[in-house]
Structure formats: structure tokens, C-alpha cells
Design a protein around this ligand. Structure first.
Ligand SMILES: Cc1ncc(COP(=O)(O)O)c(C=O)c1O
Length: 409
């Protein structure tokens, strides 16, 4: 189903009916488990992203959406949504074939068949930019682009983390941290015939993605907030210096990309940045619930069927074991969402085929229970379609990447 067929709901929930009842009514007659999107919340989040980013263009992070109908819905909202930040080069080629353009692949690859696929899309006039962070990436991509007879646009990934004694505050990404290191790779790009420098990306993961307001971990949260403030100053200075040095060395940059859903306002305010990335903001997954710069509405989840009642006050649902990637821990589990107050049984948590829950009153066999995934797009790896719900009814069912037969990682 295309987005053109999706109605645009009025904002706001029916006040007399609880959010749980709205979802329960909407899901009557639908197969469970089912992944759902609250369109009211999703659309409100799209508007909030625009507000938080001032007048800067926003590149949508596809890994946090993984549904072409929703990517189109966001893009149709405002011309400020420009381009996509893809999580895999094959994904970018696939999206290009469907008419999406200006695709920046956020992570490097030199895999020959993958790069060949990208080169074929470029040969057809699509704009796909591949990520590099070292001279070896540049050399290998130059050879592959030469063999395919195209000029490949490249983006330089610069590392924005903050190394401290005994603590690396940030994600392990690019080895490029200084202006000199960036200019060295730029010189390598300039010396090659089949590649050119298109832009720069400097993603401050430790600011945009790290929870810093967890009431269960007050001390840790206050330390993280302090480190974020220090890191923020470092990001501003270093990203600016690197961009300036590249320009002074003759680089013509179409874009300088930064940020993520948890840093939209601060990234947009950086004068060296020409565009901000946003992905998780649209679904607002549970991992962002304790993030001080994140005020988006929960918009995505999944519903499980109550299959049995093992004891009074307990229910057991079919399915539910969909943990998120990353360091294993309770915060990677889906969060029981609606009705409110449900909790896992500590000896079982979210199970492979069944999930018992406590604090369950008023639920009957056959009822749905709603959960929110810890991460945004990973939800879509478990389901073939998303049910778009508004005003207590399903307006449309749209395929996820998986539903279109596509998985990339
Ligand atoms: C390069 C890059 N930019 C931005 C983001 C932010 O994505 P989101 O807005 O979904 O948190 C990520 C997430 O991992 C990323 O890898």
C-alpha cells in the first residue's frame, strides 16, 4: 500500500477512551503478534523534529524506520526532509531503484558485489554517497568505481568521541580525529580519478544516543550529563576546525552532517553543520525514555496475545522475545507498555515463544498487550508489516523492509 492511501488523522486521542482501549479496539480481528504505529504520535514527532532543527535540512536515518511507506510519509511532510542516511550500501541501492535519491551510506564498505550494485545505481543517475575513514577505503573504492566506469561520491567520517583517561566517551567509529588526519585522507581522495569528496559526517553518538536522565541511576546520569557538556564543546571546536581545514585545502563540501535524535537542537545550532540526521525520534523507542534532550511521543510498538492466565494477577502472552542489539541487559528488553503497570517475571523476562507478566488485572484471554521495542528500526526486523493506527482503527497496513523481502544486516 502506498502512503497516498493513508488518511491523515486528526491530532490527539479520544479523551474518553484510554490509549490501551483505542489500540485494543483497533486490533480486533487482526492477527497477533502485530507491530503497530500510532499515526497521531508519529506525525506529531515528524513536526517536532522540524521544530527542533530550526531551518536546517534533516536527513532521515533509515535504520530507525525501515519502512518505505513511512520514509515517504516523512519526506512528504516538508521539503526540509532532504535525503536519507542509510545503514547499508545494498539498502541504498535498493532504495534508489524505488525512486529515493540523495542516499548517504553511514558506514563504510569495500565489499566488491555491494559496491558494484551501488555503482550500477550511480550509472543510472542516482546519488549514493559511500562512507570512508581511511586511505585504504579510498584506494579500494577508487579501483571498484574505475572498474564500473563511474565516479563515486565519498563522505569522510570524522570521529566525535571524547577519549578520557580510562574511558572512551563515545562510539568506536572513525580513526580520523584531527584536521591533519582529515586533510590527509582528502589528499588521497583528490589524487584518485574515480572518487570525489562529497561531504563530511561527524556524529556525536555519546551526546545524541546516551541516556542521561535515568531516575534509577541518578549518580551515573549526572556524570553523563557533565561529560556531555564537556564533549559538546569538544565537538563544536573539532568539527568546525576539521571542516574549515578541509575547505582551506580545497575541498568543496556539498554537506556537513551531524547529530541524531537526542541532539537535534544542539547539532542544528552548530554553524559548521549543514544538515542534521534524525531517525529514532519518529518512533521514540524505549531506549530514549531517560534522555534529557528527547521529548518525542511513543509511536511504535507491538501487540501480543494474552494466551493464558497462569495465576490471578498474571498473564502469559505468545511471543515477545525481541531484545535489542548492544550490551545485553534489562534495558535491551522490550518495555511492557499498555495497559500500564505490567512487569516481567524476573526468572523469564521476554521469552522465545511466551512471555509471562505480573500486575495484570482486567486482562482476559485473547486481549492484546502492547510493548515498545528498546530500539526503533529493529522492531521492523521481526514483522512483515506495520499497522498504522489512528483514532481507534487501523488505517493501513504497510510493509516493513522485511515485508518487502529485504534484510541488510
Ligand atoms: C551516523 C549516524 N548518525 C545518526 C544516528 C542517529 O540515529 P537516531 O536518530 O536513530 O538515533 C546514528 C545512529 O546510530 C548514526 O549511526
Amino acid at each position: 500500500m502506498t502512503t497516498a492511501a493513508i488518511e491523515t488523522p486528526e491530532l490527539g486521542f479520544r479523551p474518553s477512551v484510554s490509549q490501551y482501549e483505542q489500540f485494543r479496539d483497533a486490533l480486533q480481528g487482526y492477527a497477533l503478534p502485530a507491530a503497530i504505529i500510532s499515526l497521531e504520535a508519529f506525525d506529531a514527532n515528524v513536526q517536532a523534529v522540524l521544530r527542533h532543527t530550526g531551518d536546517k535540512p534533516v536527513r532521515i536515518g533509515t535504520k530507525s524506520v525501515r519502512c518505505t511507506a513511512l520514509l515517504r510519509r516523512i519526506q512528504q511532510t516538508s521539503p526540509r526532509f532532504q535525503g536519507l542516511l542509510c545503514f547499508h550500501a545494498r539498502e541504498a541501492a535498493w532504495l534508489a531503484h524505488q525512486g529515493f535519491d540523495d542516499l548517504l551510506v553511514a558506514y563504510p564498505t569495500v565489499n566488491p558485489p555491494t559496491v558494484a550494485e551501488v555503482c550500477r545505481a550511480i550509472a543510472k543517475g542516482r546519488r549514493i554517497t559511500l562512507m570512508v575513514d581511511c586511505i585504504e577505503h579510498v584506494q579500494r573504492l577508487d579501483v571498484l568505481a574505475g572498474a564500473a566506469g563511474v565516479r563515486l561520491p565519498l563522505c569522510l567520517d570524522i570521529d566525535m568521541s571524547l577519549p578520557l583517561p580510562g574511558l572512551w566517551f563515545g562510539a568506536r567509529r572513525s580513526p580520523i580525529r584531527s584536521a591533519d588526519e582529515a586533510v590527509e585522507v582528502w589528499q588521497a581522495i583528490r589524487s584518485r580519478r574515480h572518487v570525489f569528496l562529497d561531504g563530511v559526517m561527524g556524529y556525536e553518538a555519546q551526546i545524541a544516543g546516551l541516556p542521561d536522565a535515568d531516575p534509577r541511576q541518578r549518580l551515573r546520569s549526572s556524570v553523563i550529563r557533565r561529560l556531555k557538556r564537556i564533549s559538546q564543546r569538544d565537538v563544536l571546536r573539532r568539527r568546525g576546525d576539521i571542516v574549515e581545514a578541509l575547505r582551506a585545502a580545497g575541498a568543496e563540501l556539498r554537506f556537513v552532517n551531524g547529530g541524531g535524535s537526542g541532539s537535534l537542537a544542539s547539532t542544528a545550532a552548530d554553524p559548521s553543520i549543514t544538515e542534521v540526521s534524525a531517525g529514532s525520534a519518529f518512533f521514540a523507542p524505549a531506549s530514549f525514555d531517560h534522555h534529557s534532550d528527547f521529548d518525542f511521543l511513543p509511536a511504535a510498538g507491538f501487540a501480543l496475545e494474552v494466551a493464558r492466565i497462569p495465576a490471578p494477577g498474571m498473564v502469559t502472552c505468545n511471543g515477545g522475545g525481541y531484545p535489542a542489539s548492544g550490551v545485553p541487559g534489562e534495558d535491551r528488553l522490550p518495555l511492557p507498555w499498555l495497559p500500564e503497570g505490567l512487569a516481567y517475571v524476573s526468572t523469564e523476562a521476554a521469552g522465545e515463544v511466551q512471555t509471562p507478566l505480573i500486575n495484570a488485572t482486567g486482562l482476559a484471554i485473547g486481549d492484546p498487550v502492547l510493548f515498545r521495542h528498546a530500539k526503533a528500526g529493529e522492531l521492523c526486523e521481526r514483522f512483515n508489516e506495520l499497522l498504522l493506527i489512528a483514532d481507534g482503527r487501523v488505517l493501513a497496513a504497510v510493509p516493513t523492509y522485511r515485508g518487502e523481502g529485504q534484510t541488510f544486516l
